[in-house]
Design a protein around this ligand. Structure first.
Ligand SMILES: C[S@@+](CC[C@H](N)C(=O)[O-])C[C@H]1O[C@@H](n2cnc3c(N)ncnc32)[C@H](O)[C@@H]1O
Length: 208
């Protein structure tokens, strides 16, 4: 099949991307690793012994980082539609986060243990229809926030990828109901032309 101009441009950008090279050299499964590393360096989210839930985890670079930081006294529960290659100290669940059955699997894996940190890099496959894509992205973010609100321990934190566009202000307000503080992060590895930014909810309120 003949490659389109867009896929050629994507390939050129990918091949020249310093984060792709750095990820390969460091053994990370995706360049996305550097987004979490930068945010964690600034906000100190990950610590030894923590229980972390990673939503939209494939191919697994955030889980790699989280598992290393929490160590053997902590644990990471990761979820994605796609399979990931196994990682030490990561309990992986394959399924659709929108499904109740998958949510129950996640809850069963937690076995009532409160969560210290929820990280969500979930992004739906884009159809190219901007309004529909934004609605699907926001819906997944809302599910992630519901999950964080009901499973994080008081004081726990929530990092979520959002796309700037319709619904984002209302989403941020709903995060503010749950967390003491909500800040925006745009790590260097997140391309300037990408509408993605990360909202970080710090300190789940006891009554949020
Ligand atoms: C940007 S990737 C995540 C990259 C990951 N943080 C890493 O570091 O390797 C977004 C992921 O969200 C997943 N995803 C999208 N919709 C989902 C859904 N409904 N349920 C579970 N995972 C979903 C996709 O399969 C994709 O792997």
């Amino acid at each position: 099949m003949k490659r389109s101009k867009t896929s050629k441009a994507w390939m050129r950008e990918h091949v020249n991307d310093p984060y792709v090279h750095k990820a390969k050299a460091a053994g990370y499964r995706a360049r996305a690793a550097f987004k979490l590393l930068e945010i964690d360096q600034k906000d100190h989210l990950l610590r030894s012994g923590m229980t972390v839930v990673d939503l939209g985890a494939a191919p697994g670079s955030w889980s790699q980082i989280a598992a290393r930081q929490v160590g053997d006294s902590g644990r990471v529960i990761a979820l994605d539609l796609l399979e990931i290659d196994p990682l030490h100290n990561v309990h992986f669940i394959q399924g659709d986060f929108q499904s109740d059955a998958v949510l129950h699997q996640l809850e069963a894996a937690l076995a009532g243990q409160p969560v210290d940190l929820v990280i969500s890099d979930i992004a739906p496959n884009m159809s190219g229809i901007a309004t529909a894509d934004q609605a699907r992205a926001i819906y997944l973010c809302e599910l992630a926030l519901d999950f964080a609100a009901s499973h994080l321990k008081p004081g726990g934190n929530f990092l979520v990828k959002v796309f700037q566009g319709a619904g984002i202000d209302a989403y941020r307000r709903s995060m503010q109901d749950v967390f003491e503080k909500v800040v925006v992060r745009k790590p260097a590895a997140s391309r300037d032309r990408s509408a993605e930014v990360y909202f970080l909810g710090l300190g789940r309120k006891a009554d949020g």
